[in-house]
Design a protein around this ligand. Structure first.
Ligand SMILES: [Zn+2]
Length: 296
């Protein structure tokens, strides 16, 4: 049995998978960032307790997906948008409370490994060796999987393309730098750009249909700028690691024009006359994070 926990901003989800990948147990518990660090630790421990009580099973070890990542030399959390986690020894505190060995990984890495082992890759590209999983939603993240294993990196920041420099027009980022990919490609950044040029505050759910209708120049400009910079940003990943497959996840990853309008522009920025990289939609939906945690 594989036990996984996915820590989100408003909920914590737990799953127990059998060796054949079938779900033995799955449950959720509410949490709130505002409750602080101790609250989050005790909610995770409570969820594990409920899973034990509910199934009569005892975990030998547990995989935990988190926003942010563990800094390898210090064991402290960093880069989490749930900022109360940053600087905290989450792995140590949780394992003291739960009493079993834990493996923690960034949630984008969990997404990437789940889609590689259980989702889009076995279905559409079973021979792929190198997979880059992209999260495009309220943030911009990524995870790199090589031969079925997460490539976390020496500093724990492997795959974090959201905070590489893309263009000055993105402005200041919460990470302290200017022009990060996240500031141009993530949903809130697109909504902000649209509001700046149109004077109207609309969500991506409203902007995308206006772009498709073709009668809102600001929606057209917002989406075309997105396609241009997505192609530019992702081409850097391909030029460096040349993955077999790129999976586009997160709330914006299912927008069809990303595949039909943005992906064809990637070749313009590539050190290759053609682009053979296979771009896939995710297959596991919301389950990828918690399945990935279990696979850790
Ligand atoms: Zn940044």
């Amino acid at each position: 049995m594989k036990w996984g926990i996915d820590l989100g901003g408003t909920k914590i989800e737990g799953v127990i998978l059998a060796d054949d990948g079938s779900i033995v147990d799955r449950r959720r518990i509410a949490t709130e960032r505002e409750g602080g660090y101790d609250h989050i630790v005790s909610r995770i421990a409570l969820l594990v307790e409920e899973m034990k009580q509910g199934t009569g099973l005892i975990p030998e070890k547990i995989g935990i997906g988190t926003p942010g990542t563990i800094d390898p030399p210090t064991g402290l959390m960093k880069n989490s948008n749930t900022t109360v986690l940053n600087g905290q020894p989450l792995g140590k505190d949780l394992s003291a409370k739960i009493g079993v060995p834990l493996t923690l990984a960034n949630d984008a890495n969990c997404f990437a490994v789940a889609e590689t082992l259980m989702g889009a890759v076995p279905l559409h590209a079973p021979t792929a060796k190198v997979v880059f999983g992209v999260i495009l939603g309220t943030g911009t993240g990524g995870g790199l999987v090589v031969d079925g294993q997460i490539l976390g990196g020496a500093q724990g920041i492997g795959g974090e393309w959201g905070h590489m420099f893309l263009d000055n027009s993105g402005g200041y980022c919460y990470c302290g730098r200017v022009g990060c990919a996240e500031r141009i490609l993530a949903g809130p950044s697109l909504e902000k750009y649209y509001a700046n040029i149109s004077g109207r505050s609309l969500s991506m759910k409203e902007i995308v249909p206006r772009y498709r209708a073709g009668n809102d120049p600001a929606a057209t400009a917002t989406m075309e700028r997105w396609f241009h910079f997505f192609a530019k940003g992702i081409s850097t990943i391909i030029n460096v690691i040349d993955p077999d497959v790129i999976i586009l996840g997160g709330g914006l990853g299912n927008i069809d024009e990303l595949y039909t309008r943005a992906v064809p522009q990637v070749v313009n920025h590539l050190f290759n006359p053609r682009m053979d990289t296979l771009f896939l939609k995710p297959e596991l939906g919301d389950s990828a994070g918690v399945f990935g945690a279990a696979l850790l």
